[in-house]
Design a protein around this ligand. Sequence first.
Ligand code: AMX
Length: 436
Amino acid sequence: MADLKEVFQSKIQPFADEVARIQREHGEFKISDCTVAQAYGGMRGVKCMTYETSALDPLEGIRFRGRTIPDLIETLPRAPGGEQPLPEGLFYLLLTGDMPTEEDARAVGAEWRRREGLPPHVARALDALPRDAHPMTQYSLGLLAMQTESAMAAAYHKGIAKRDLWRPMYEDVMNLLANAPLVAAYVYRRAYHGGRHVEPGPKDWDWARNFAHILGYDQPQFADLMRLYLSIHSDHEGGNVSAHTVRLVGSALSDCYYALSAGMNGLAGPLHGLASQESIRWILELQKSIGKARPTRDDIANYIWETLGAGRVVPGFGHAVLRRTDPRYMALREFALKHMADDDVFYIVATLFEVAPPILESQAKIKNPWPNVDAHSGAVLLHYGMTELDFFTVLFGVSRATGTMASLLWDRALNLPLERPKSVTTGWVREQVYNL
Ligand code: AMX
């Protein structure tokens, strides 16, 4: 078994050569046109970046290094006795493009566990915030506070060739991924459990199991849920707000702490990752307003109409790229059908799956009436007793760290330049379209 850093290093030159050749031979080949509607409309569908670790098909959903979620659930290494993939194995796949052996995945997990340890000032920085500051604010700040440890920033300061920056960044990324769960757990225990923190478990526990443990959850099934949860939320190609922010900030040669913290501020928006909290809150409000644990289909339909009538979005439904049900949603649904089929909140999630799409489809402007991952993730967490809805996006953020960090390492390994697209004014558009 080779060391992950060596495997990654062995991939860099051949891939960088290929990228250089494509640019040299086909640099003028057009892969996209941009319309006025796209320029005003959030650049939907404009193909203007490459991103290696995953790709999103509107109908089929996400593929990580070419592999679908059901395929990965089947083939990625698992923990002993577990049924779900190890996120550390997925990280190996995202970074190298190779399917890890069990030994490879365990080695990555062991390395992360070995690198655990928050600098003391991170806790002090978090303690300076009000306990009820939103957990995403706390999480983002905790990641940023770790920036003091950046090997890449130190190397740059000393003087390092740009092409070698990936080396200290690799160390930063591995330290960051080792410690992101510790920051998240610190935030959780501080905000909701009176600051009674839980010591990490034995070093041979996998990353997700240990994360579940330091959050305060020792049920084996919850650990397995975390393995699944932390795998499926990891990456969603390059254009989503969190991944693109990480890429953009990193392109200024900001280190991975700056980049990930910035990405998390984007994930904290309700149209992006915060939908995971908003969706479950919406479901619990529905239960409360109807006054039944299991509202009828008509109750649910009326509540959807009320939400739309109030000019609000139905959280957990729709997507900027997807045009079918999100396979991440389906993975959580499979888990729920197996482990919590009688749960009242799951009943509502499952009923919404039948009731909401035709209603949303009747609104001509909504391009995708189907549920995304956020329509499901809250229900499974709630089932295991995690009732602190505001925390849910932090779990998303721990997972998103793995995909965006694998991709950021490639950005530096390929020596990608500063991102600097050209903006135009409406005056310029006016001149063009009216031939002024
Ligand atoms: N409920 C109500 N209206 C919706 C809707 C929903 N679930 N989804 C889309 N729409 C509306 C939009 O708000 C927009 O209305 P507007 O023109 O008045 O502003 C119109 O339909 C067209 O939107 P779209 O082209 O279908 O989607 P989009 O690419 O602009 O936005 C998304 C995508 C996800 C922001 C949107 O579907 C939405 O707001 N969904 C609810 C929030 C959510 O679940 N977000 C999580 C997405 C996944 C993730 O990042 N974690």
